[in-house]
Design a protein around this ligand. Structure first.
Ligand code: IPD
Ligand code: CA
Ligand code: CA
Ligand code: CA
Length: 279
């Protein structure tokens, strides 16, 4: 795809993210329906659904033939196209439901499985992050860069914990403890796209997480790469979006962080409450 085509995708994704963001803004502090999707704590609200509806509306109006993977609607259309929109209409639903101010609309375009375009819009703070391969990464139209931090001991990291954390020993608790000791701190925002945008603009030095979906990651990956950072699997091998497992850093910290993540095992004495409950 040439730069001009990429720019068109980027501009339409921006229009869609702004429309979704306006919906979120209208529901902020104003939610009357919060439901669980099956797992305890896995929430969905009217804001998620309405934001997704307007995002889909913009994207399908401009690109009726692209395939879509949207968190609340699932897979839609386009079986023989290389283009796939990965849409998270509200990334950070738990935060939103509690009026904790970290959430965003995240829209990424994958071409043959590779993230090419990403837009993340945080409507509360009116921050619009945009990136396209070869087009650079911006926040509110100004170029952004990853940090220069070169040692774990001087770094501030971020991670997250998937909704299945109660059902698996691979729940990221051991990694969180281990890296909290080795760094100046590990934050948890509750929104993967916000985490990636903060790595891209240098407020955080690195991010790792497991159990994610393509809609959580597609946009932020382009942003981090175009801001000069690096994105791989935990072991440094090429990133595969379907793995749900990501290591994204400023580049300088990539190898040290990858080394630490590979040597961590689940915390000793961790008891699986689900296994215990069912005997
Ligand atoms: C969640 C957030 C969170 C991450 C979860 C995601 P949602 O997305 O990105 O930071 O830890 O794994 O599922 O459900 O709020 O869109
Ligand atoms: Ca999400
Ligand atoms: Ca979501
Ligand atoms: Ca969700």
């Amino acid at each position: 795809m040439n730069q001009k085509q990429l720019q068109i995708f980027l501009d339409v994704a921006t229009e869609a993210a702004l429309a979704g963001g306006a919906v979120l803004q209208s529901y902020w502090g104003n939610l009357d329906s919060i439901q669980e999707k099956g797992r305890p704590g896995d929430l969905v609200t009217a804001a998620d659904k309405e934001s997704e509806r307007v995002v889909l509306d913009v994207l399908t109006r401009h690109f009726p033939d692209c395939a879509i993977l949207a968190e609340e609607s699932g897979a839609i259309g386009g079986s023989d196209t290389p283009y796939l929109w990965a849409i998270d209409p509200l990334d950070g639903t738990t935060n939103f439901a509690h009026q904790y101010p970290d959430f965003a609309v995240s829209i990424g375009l994958l071409v043959e499985g590779v993230p090419h375009v990403g837009v993340i819009y945080d409507p509360l703070h009116d921050k619009l992050f945009r990136a396209g391969i070869g087009l650079g990464a911006t926040c509110n139209r100004r170029p952004i860069r990853v940090s220069q931090t070169a040692e774990l001991a001087h770094s501030l990291l971020v991670t997250g914990f998937a909704y299945d954390r109660r059902e698996t020993a691979d729940n990221n608790y051991a990694e969180f403890c281990h890296l909290t000791h080795l760094t100046q701190g590990v934050r948890r925002s509750g929104s993967a796209s916000i985490d990636l945008s903060r790595v891209a603009c240098g407020q955080l030095d690195g991010y790792w997480e497991r159990g994610l979906s393509p809609w959580d990651l597609a946009a932020g990956i382009v942003l981090v790469r175009e801001a000069g950072g690096r994105v791989t699997a935990y072991d440094g091998s090429p990133f595969a979006i379907e793995s749900g497992r990501i290591l994204a850093t400023n580049g300088h910290l990539h190898e040290p962080l990858s080394r630490e993540l590979q040597q961590i095992r689940p915390l000793e004495g961790w008891a699986n409450p689900v296994a215990e409950a069912i005997g």
